[in-house]
Design a binder for this molecule. Structure first.
Ligand code: PDD
Length: 281
């Protein structure tokens, strides 16, 4: 396999970054994960708009134009054999001479790293045979700017690990009694045939998959609301789904060891999953 680092493609074991990189010292950077199906990038512009916004929010100069990013992503996909892959793209503020919380002045060149990952066959691809996943609820211990796709993922990592240790695949996070999102996903519930997902705010990452699900529901006249979900509504929901670029739409069939609905992927999920798959093709 090949990765990209600061202007060159190379084997992963050839890629070296200074320990003085602010990504390493301060988690001072942002990232994106963009899926590609049959070697073709999916929702590329949407991911790039979010990347540009994340960079602007933390004042890192964007080293490439959108077309340059596209070319880099496509070259990386080609060099990794195409097919279904995710492109991981990270930009940190770069390597400095001394450890100082404040930004280097004058600025240094940002560090750009890209690699590909495998994407498992998503549950949405086979709505009739999908088995669903388990989730637990946990307190959202993250910072107040979760809308920035920061590489500072220690809380997300701790939360996901707690879920895994509880035999679940995702942690659904609660802040002040309301659902925010998953440790690496957005959350949807279905209550009385209405789909509900929390509105975009500083408390959640505005997921590209989330936005597409909202868009698809609106265009197919499937009732959907962007509003806050109190904990008791989450627990009583007929269906719960989590969404992300690498897993698409995953039905949650058990929450805190209690069945969600009848404990099987729901009818509304099946309908939306079909629309998602059709859109993808
Ligand atoms: N994570 N919320 C959080 C906290 C996330 O980390 C992610 C994605 C999402 C879903 O966003 P999208 O639909 O744009 O992938 C929501 C990526 C996949 C990751 O960290 O690997």
């Amino acid at each position: 396999s090949q990765v990209y680092l600061n202007g060159a493609f190379m084997a992963p074991q050839e890629a070296h970054i200074s320990p003085m990189d602010r990504g390493f010292l301060f988690a001072d950077g942002i990232y994106e994960v963009i899926p590609a199906y049959n070697g073709v990038l999916f929702r590329f512009d949407e991911h790039l708009i979010r990347l540009e916004r994340s960079l602007a929010e933390i004042a890192i100069h964007n080293p490439h134009s959108r077309e340059e990013w596209r070319h880099l992503c496509e070259t990386l996909i080609e060099r990794n054999g195409g097919g279904n892959l995710s492109v991981y793209l990270q930009i940190s503020r770069g390597a400095t001479e001394k450890r100082d919380h404040a930004f280097p002045n004058p600025p240094v060149a940002p560090t750009v790293f890209m690699m590909t990952g495998a994407i498992a066959i998503p549950a949405a691809d086979s709505p009739d045979t999908a088995s669903g996943s388990k989730a637990i609820t946990l307190d959202d211990i993250r910072w107040a700017r979760c809308d920035i796709k920061s590489i500072s993922l220690l809380p997300n990592s701790l939360l996901r690990q707690q879920a895994v240790e509880a035999g679940a695949s995702e942690a659904i996070l609660l802040r002040d009694g309301f659902v925010t999102e998953g440790s690496a996903s957005n959350v949807f519930v279905v209550i009385a045939d209405t789909i509900i997902t929390p509105p975009k705010s500083h408390a959640i990452l505005g997921g590209i998959t989330r936005d597409l699900v909202v868009e698809l529901c609106r265009s197919h006249h499937i009732p959907i609301e962007e509003r806050e979900i109190p904990e008791n509504q989450l627990r009583q929901a007929d269906e719960i789904w989590v969404t992300s670029s690498t897993k698409e739409i995953v039905p949650i069939i058990q929450l805190n060891n209690a069945p969600v609905g009848d404990g099987k992927p729901g009818q509304v999920w099946k309908k939306v999953a079909r629309h998602y798959v059709n859109f993808k093709r």
